[in-house]
Ligand binder design. Structure first.
Ligand code: SAM
Ligand code: SF4
Length: 395
């Protein structure tokens, strides 16, 4: 990487993803990116991060209005699943033998950048990369690098990710260098055998080492724990003590009925209302107004001083303040995690080098954002409420 003092201009080139980085790169996408990169004066942005040399045509186009859905909710948060693949096979998320998308169907890194940048031009201030496991996508650091230009320009408040932690030892320092400040790490148990049983392929030691590396790199961590009946329900008090002792918030998540996973959801589902009642016997939980823009509701645990979140899609409706949409690694825009309705963004993305068709498709999709979701788990609904897995939309 060249020292910034050597640059008098921001220009295309250094740090930009190349076709070779990414098995899914198509010729069209490569041509698009090469014709749309353009020189911009150095003083047009506040330069703070390593790979801020990548301003593209369209980045500074403010002429289009912010995205607002039919219920007046401004879309300021985008989650992008950069791959449906994963190095774990968590029992609530995937079947052990999953079939994954052909690599050719995936958006290239350049296309993902263009897509994210289009949303940022329309008012998205927070961008979360997820998956599958985002850190197993080949070349993913290049995407963090190019996207960091939006942090440098002040157009994006936060660039973050949700990860299973397995690759953090390798990437934590680089993530921090690209302007990532806070990350979510999923961890359901501190018992190595149980960890292996839940994730099927994961190793607890490796994830704990990844958490150490992330903290050493200065990243703030929030732990996400899926509450699983009869599996980790006896461990929440210990997990809270551990996370808060390391200055990490912890959020408990109810299992959501997404995708066929080969065993009954009823067996896994544990209502968090019950968990909270049980935790109240051990801890003093004080309700907080704190919000992260997401569905979690937080309490302060008086004994530890730390924050504990509850994401309760099934016992509570969190839709009224929903400011987010999701895009899959194939460029499908889901306006709601809990509904099937979607818009194809890959087609307009690939149909033209200019972004007009893409913006039109985004607007059309947002105009169909529903008021809320319809998750149900009960004895009459044994099938998943939605056919797609969480690894497709990324949680
Ligand atoms: C799909 S994962 C993707 C990111 C990364 N692989 C990870 O595990 O953090 C995102 C989050 O969704 C959660 N998750 C997956 N399937 C779920 C389900 N059916 N219900 C509730 N949460 C789920 C995971 O525990 C994780 O916290
Ligand atoms: S929850 Fe995350 S780590 Fe576990 S299988 Fe799903 S995508 Fe992979």
């Amino acid at each position: 990487m060249k020292p910034m003092s050597a640059h008098r201009e921001l220009r295309a080139g250094s740090g930009r993803p190349t076709a070779d980085d990414d098995p899914g790169t198509s010729g069209l996408a490569r041509d698009c990116s090469e014709t749309s990169w353009k020189r911009l004066p150095m003083d047009s942005v506040d330069v703070r991060y390593a790979d801020r040399t990548n301003l593209q045509a369209g980045d500074l186009d403010d002429s289009r209005p912010a995205l607002v859905d039919p219920f007046g909710r401004e879309i300021s948060y985008l989650r992008v699943s950069v791959t449906d693949r994963c190095d774990f096979r968590c029992v609530y998320c995937m079947a052990e033998h999953m079939s994954f998308l052909p690599k050719a169907d995936l958006l290239t890194l350049e296309e993902l950048d263009r897509l994210c940048s289009a949303f940022i031009a329309r008012g998205v201030r927070k961008l979360r990369l997820t998956g599958g496991e985002p850190l197993v996508r080949r070349g993913i650091m290049t995407l963090f690098g190019t996207l960091s230009r939006h942090l440098a320009s002040g157009r994006l408040d936060e660039l973050t990710l949700t990860t299973n932690g397995s690759q953090l030892g390798k990437y934590a320092a680089e993530l921090a260098a690209h302007g990532v400040r806070r990350i979510n790490v999923s961890l359901d148990t501190l018992d190595p055998d149980k960890f292996r049983a839940i994730t099927r392929w994961g190793a607890l030691d490796n994830v704990l080492a990844g958490i150490d590396a992330a903290q050493a790199a200065g990243l703030k961590i929030k732990i996400n724990t899926v509450a699983l009946k009869g599996v980790n329900e006896d461990e929440f008090a210990e997990l809270i003590g551990w996370a808060h002792g390391r200055r990490m918030d912890l959020t408990l998540i109810e299992v959501m009925p997404l995708g066929e996973i080969g065993e009954g959801r009823l067996d896994q589902y544990l209502p968090l209302s019950l968990v909270r009642a049980r935790l109240s016997e051990r801890y003093s939980l004080e309700d907080l107004d704190y919000r992260t823009g997401g569905p979690a509701r937080y309490v302060r645990v008086a004994e530890t001083g730390g924050r504990l979140g509850f994401i309760t899609p099934l016992t509570h409706n969190f839709c009224e303040s929903c400011n987010r949409v999701r895009v899959t690694c194939t460029g499908t825009l889901y306006m709601c995690l809990g509904q099937e309705d979607a818009a194809n963004l890959r087609k307009p993305l690939r149909a033209s080098e200019a972004n007009d068709l893409l913006h039109a498709a985004i607007e059309e999709g947002i105009s169909r954002k529903p008021k809320g979701h319809d998750f149900i788990i009960d004895r009459r609904h044994k099938r998943p409420a939605l056919a797609r897995h969480m690894s497709v939309t990324g949680g």
